[in-house]
Design a protein around this ligand. Structure first.
Ligand code: ATP
Ligand code: PRP
Length: 212
C-alpha cells in the first residue's frame, strides 16, 4: 500500500489535476467527507488528509510514503529525513516581509531599529533577519498575520503573498522578498527503497503531469 499525504483546500485542489493526469482519482471529496483516509481508484494507493504544516512530519516518520508540501512549510520543518524529487509548480506565491503602507522600513533598518515581527514562519524569519544583521523580536502566530501590525502587535510580518489582495485590503505593503514558494513532492527515503517498484512510476507520472 502506498500512502500519499495531502492537506485539504488549496494543496488538495491543485494536486487533483496532477493525480488525474497520472490516472488517479480519489474515491471521495474531502470537502464533503469527514474521513481522513480516502481510497482511490487504484487499490494500492490511498490518500491521508493532514494539516499542511504536518505533511513533512508524516512523511519524515514514514506514516505516509510521500506527500505534497509548500516550500514555506518545508523550510520551517527543515527538510530532514525527506527526499524532494520534484517541484510540482502548484500553490505558487512568495514569502515576504510586509509593513503598514505608511511605515518607512528602509529608514528603520538603516537606523538599526529593533523591529517586532509576527509570523508563523519563525525559523525562516530568524534566518532571514540574521543574514541581514538585523535584530528582531519574533512573535509566533498561527494565521491572519496581516492583522498583527494593524492592532499594534507587531511592526512587520513575514507572510505569503500571491495577488497582493490581502496586503492591500489591510493597507500593508511588501518591502522584502524572502523566497518564491511552490509545492514540492516529498518522499520518505526508506519507502523509496522498499517500495521503489510502485513509487518510481508514480513519481515519474507526477513529473510528467507537472511539467506539462
Ligand atoms: P491551515 O489551513 O492548516 O492553517 P494553511 O493555511 O497553511 O494551513 P493553505 O492556505 O491551504 O494551508 O496553504 C497551503 C500551502 O499553499 C502553503 O503552505 C503555501 O505553500 C501555499 N499557499 C498559501 N497561500 C497561498 C496563496 N495565497 N496563493 C498560493 N499559494 C498559497
Ligand atoms: C494566504 C496567505 C495570505 C494570502 C495571500 O492565506 O496567508 O494571507 O493567502 O494571498 P493574496 O496575496 O492573493 O491575497 P489564505 O488565503 O490561504 O488564508 P488561510 O491561510 O487563512 O487559509
Amino acid at each position: 500500500m502506498i500512502t500519499l499525504a495531502l492537506a485539504k483546500g488549496r494543496i488538495f485542489e491543485e494536486t487533483l489535476p496532477l493525480l488525474a493526469a497520472a490516472g488517479i482519482v480519489p474515491a471521495e471529496d474531502p470537502e464533503t467527507s469527514r474521513k481522513l483516509i480516502l481510497g482511490t481508484n487504484r487499490a494500492g494507493l490511498r490518500l491521508i488528509l493532514v494539516r499542511a504544516a504536518d505533511v513533512p512530519t508524516y512523511v519524515q516518520y514514514g506514516a505516509a510514503d510521500l506527500g505534497v508540501a509548500g516550500r514555506d512549510l518545508l523550510a520551517e520543518h527543515g527538510g530532514q529525513g525527506l527526499y524532494q524529487p520534484l517541484d510540482l509548480g502548484i500553490a505558487k506565491c512568495r514569502m515576504v516581509v510586509a509593513v503598514p503602507e505608511d511605515f518607512d522600513y528602509a529608514a528603520a533598518v538603516k537606523r538599526g531599529a529593533r523591529l517586532r515581527v509576527a509570523t508563523k514562519y519563525i525559523g525562516t524569519a530568524r534566518e532571514h533577519f540574521a543574514a541581514k544583521g538585523m535584530h528582531v523580536d519574533l512573535i509566533k502566530l498561527y494565521g491572519s498575520m496581516e492583522l498583527a501590525p494593524l492592532v499594534g502587535l507587531a511592526d512587520a510580518i513575514v507572510d505569503l503573498v500571491d495577488t497582493g489582495g490581502t496586503l492591500k485590503a489591510n493597507r500593508l505593503k511588501a518591502v522584502e522578498d524572502i523566497m518564491p514558494v511552490s509545492s514540492r513532492l516529498v518522499v520518505n527515503p526508506a519507502s523509496l527503497k522498499l517500495k521503489r517498484e510502485a513509487l518510481a512510476p508514480l513519481i515519474e507520472a507526477l513529473r510528467k503531469a507537472s511539467h506539462g
